[in-house]
Design a protein around this ligand. Sequence first.
Ligand code: DC
Length: 234
Amino acid sequence: MLRYPVICIDGPSGAGKGTAAWRLAQALGYRLLDSGALYRIVGLKAFTAGLITADAQHPIDEVALSKLTQSLQITFQLNNDSGRVDIIVNDETIGEQVRNETVGGYASQVAVFPQVRQALLKLQQDMATRSGLVADGRDMGTVVFPDADAKIFLTASARARAERRVIQLINAGQIADFEAILTKIKERDDRDENRTAAPSKPAEDALLIDSSTLNADVVYQKIKAHCQAKGIYF
Ligand code: DC
């Protein structure tokens, strides 16, 4: 079977993965897999179904969560207007309603469960069967695409990520509480890095980049140079 190139960008939220992955996919004409969106969808559906709580303090019915995940009909569809891949769940296009910190927390809660991860695995791997792929997540290079052509682990200090988030919120005309944001970021990092199933960590052959003091363009150039060194041509 013809194998298309795969580039993995893993790391915690707010490190700049999404921006770099999007630019890379545009430059190469590859598809983009935002794997976090899949976990966000499961998290939101689980919350709506009453299976998880916002404070993450209650035990989760794993059987019900597993059934719910398996019942979701998730497909990807290229949106010709935005150039992005829309995620369709049970005939509903999922957009901005999953892109907030609250749903990020739900995603992190459900992502702990191996049954949830397993149910989403093939869907993610199938994204690489029709074109080159840039995959953004936590376990792209370690679990989903262990044979990827280039792997990057992009991180930044929790404070730097919280500062970026505060600036984003202020620019969007919203109120931002730095300490509250920092606490949430640390909670999510802790859960994502210390779970047993596919914890967030660099693959052995990943290039590590700390973006705490780098701008998005410098990060992109470093990633591009790494991909070129791995035989991917721009
Ligand atoms: O990248 P993101 O912020 O959209 O991800 C939301 C949550 O989903 C993240 O805190 C952990 C989980 N996740 C995961 O476990 N594995 C992935 N490949 C992507 C996200």
